[in-house]
Design a protein around this ligand. Structure first.
Ligand code: GDP
Ligand code: MN
Length: 390
């Protein structure tokens, strides 16, 4: 699960991490008011969407008057912001974060991510902050430092100093960096984050006043841990998620939208992955991943069909069921129910195997509906691909 920048900043602040003072606003008047309350003479108005790359896309405005704050908010709220991470349709901006502008001296990158190889939270830092870290990694990999954290002893001071030194922080900034890194680590661990990214982490203010400040923060949390993370769960913004995925999860279906045209309804995540592979192998392209799970009742199958069909790209549906706990007769009944209630116009290729398969096939045959049946996954995929290639 993703959260907005302002939510990440508020969360980090509660762990003692220095962030600029600011406030969230849902309309231009509120944005102006917030800036007035914050005080100062320079503000940053930032579009709040889950995607990054806002700076380059005009989603981050630095302004010098309260009227300009309002104008900036006017031009952002209610518009779709297209960044290199949103895709061409962009993301609708529904709120902005207004903060006091910082006097930036230098920008760094600081990230923490669970490295699946070592199974440990790993710190990634670079002196080349503010820009695309993927680009830095590609062009100047030596400008990136990594430090692996042992979960049994946590992040140690010496490790923080090592990272700080490697990216060129010294003097008073050194102990600040140690404190900041340890706070971010605590936040990651306590809140079950998968990844936290500070880009830029900045040195702000000059001379004796120089200090570290988090200017942008992006956090991703483990969906499987949300049951024990009430505070994080409350930060979920459903408007940022694919509506089909939101609906599917409310019906206990595991759906992930993809960009092809063959809708898939499968039981079991492994079989669903194999189905996507089989479609690709035959030169087709799946429209989604969908795992209906174990005991798939006729209602669940109907819901699955409806969600798959909400995607206008779907030209054919491939149903692939290997019933163990599931029952083929239930699936068959569900498909008939779905065809009737949803008035399905696209061809349905059905492959059934396992528990009650004979009964399931009989139900489909006797329905009088035009199901295209297949004996195995390979032929089902071939038939579906042939249909969409027409
Ligand atoms: P992103 O492009 O979505 O990652 O958004 P960022 O929050 O990282 O903003 C992009 C850039 O805006 C930063 O790298 C800063 O260089 C720039 N910026 C300029 N002045 C300020 C300021 O006072 N505060 C903040 N937050 N960003 C500033
Ligand atoms: Mn950024």
């Amino acid at each position: 699960m993703n959260i907005h920048e302002y939510q990440a900043k508020e969360l980090l602040q509660s762990f003692g991490v220095p962030v600029p003072v600011g406030g969230v606003a849902f309309n231009p008047t509120q944005a102006r008011q917030t800036a007035e309350e914050l005080g100062g003479s320079r503000w940053v108005v930032k579009a709040q969407i889950h995607a990054g790359g806002r700076g380059k896309a005009g989603g981050v405005r630095v302004v010098d008057s309260l009227d300009e704050v309002k104008k900036a908010a006017e031009s952002l709220i209610g518009r779709r912001l297209v960044t290199h991470q949103t895709g061409p349709e962009g993301s609708l901006v529904q709120r902005v974060w207004v903060e006091q502008a910082s006097q930036i001296q230098k920008e760094f990158y600081l990230g923490m991510v669970i490295d699946r190889g070592t199974q440990r939270i790993t710190v990634i830092a670079s002196s080349e902050g503010g820009m695309d870290i993927e680009e830095v990694a590609r062009v100047t990999p030596d400008k990136i430092v990594k430090e692996v954290i042992d979960p049994a002893i946590g992040l140690r001071d010496f490790q923080c100093r090592k990272v700080a030194t490697a990216i060129g922080l010294k003097g008073k900034l050194m102990p600040q960096m140690v404190k900041l890194m340890k706070a971010i680590y605590r936040c990651m661990r306590d809140k079950d984050a998968l990844q936290g990214e500070i880009n830029p982490l900045a040195v702000v203010g000059g001379g004796d006043e120089a200090r570290l400040m988090v200017l942008d923060a992006k956090f991703v949390f483990d969906d499987n841990a949300l049951y024990r993370q009430k505070q994080i769960t409350e930060m979920r913004d459903l408007a940022e998620e694919d509506p089909k995925e939101v609906e599917a999860s409310s019906h206990d279906l595991n759906y992930i939208a993809l960009d092809g045209n063959i809708g898939c309804i499968v039981n079991g995540a492994g079989l669903a992955m194999a189905t996507l592979d089989a479609i690709s192998l035959h030169g087709g392209s799946p429209a989604n991943f969908l795992d209906v799970g174990g005991g798939a009742s006729p209602e669940k199958v109907t819901n699955a069909c409806r969600i798959v069909l909400e995607d206008p790209n779907v030209k054919c549906i491939l149903v692939n069921i290997f019933a163990g706990i599931n029952r083929c007769d239930w699936i068959a009944k569900g498909l008939i129910q779905a065809c009737e209630s949803l008035k399905i116009q696209v061809p349905l290729v059905v492959r059934l195997a396992g528990t009650n398969v004979e009964e399931g096939r009989k139900i489909l045959d006797e329905s009088g509906l035009a199901f295209i049946t297949a004996e195995n996954l390979d032929s089902a995929a071939a038939k579906a691909v042939a249909i969409v290639k027409g």
